[in-house]
Design a protein around this ligand. Structure first.
Ligand SMILES: [Zn+2]
Length: 181
């Protein structure tokens, strides 16, 4: 993946210069430090531009009538606030979905980490799903087949029928007993 942050830093600096006509030309050291700061927080360009607008709108001139001097730390802080605010305004469902996406993304990494550290099955279990995957059994309630999600009223469910979860737990225990013999 190519690093977009030097380009983003140049765009943001240019945005600041439109507010502040006395802003010096962008030098390589500043460009590098801005790019590093934005990369550190993985800030998207939209949030950074919104942050610049917010800072100049709110700060304007200081008490001595001097033009507000923007600092990269101010931009990062404002952009992070904007990002957090947007996240907080999402519906609960979207936040839960985000958590599920993050879980799905980190699960293989955790598995890999657990393997590389020779974590045995027992200790590793704490890092894995608490419940056995209900997809390993068919659903006694809605008759979804193995590997298919539960349905309700013709719609795919995000969750699983409770009886299927219980059944999956029993099946997983059976399998553990069998493999232990
Ligand atoms: Zn079901």
């Amino acid at each position: 993946m190519t690093d977009r942050y030097p380009q983003i830093a140049a765009v943001i600096y240019q945005a600041c210069a439109t507010y502040d006509p006395y802003m010096p030309a962008l030098n390589p050291d500043t460009a590098k430090s801005w790019a590093e700061a934005f990369r550190h927080y993985r800030l998207p360009v939209d949030d950074l531009l919104a942050a610049v607008n917010k800072l100049y709108r709110e700060r304007g001139n200081n008490q001595r009538g001097e033009q507000f001097r923007i600092m990269v730390g101010d931009i990062c802080q404002a952009a992070r606030g904007i990002r957090q605010d947007r996240f907080d305004r999402q519906s609960l469902a979207a936040i839960e979905n985000h958590s599920a996406v993050v879980d799905a993304r980190i699960e293989p990494l955790i598995m890999e980490l657990a393997e590389s550290k020779n974590v045995d099955g027992h200790q590793g279990a704490a890092y894995l799903r608490r419940q056995p995957n209900p997809l390993i059994v068919s659903c006694p309630r809605c008759h979804a087949t193995i590997g298919s999600r539960c349905t309700s009223g013709g719609l795919t469910m995000q969750a699983f029928h409770e009886r299927r979860e219980i059944l999956a737990g029993e099946r997983a225990e059976e399998q553990q007993r069998e493999s232990a013999q």
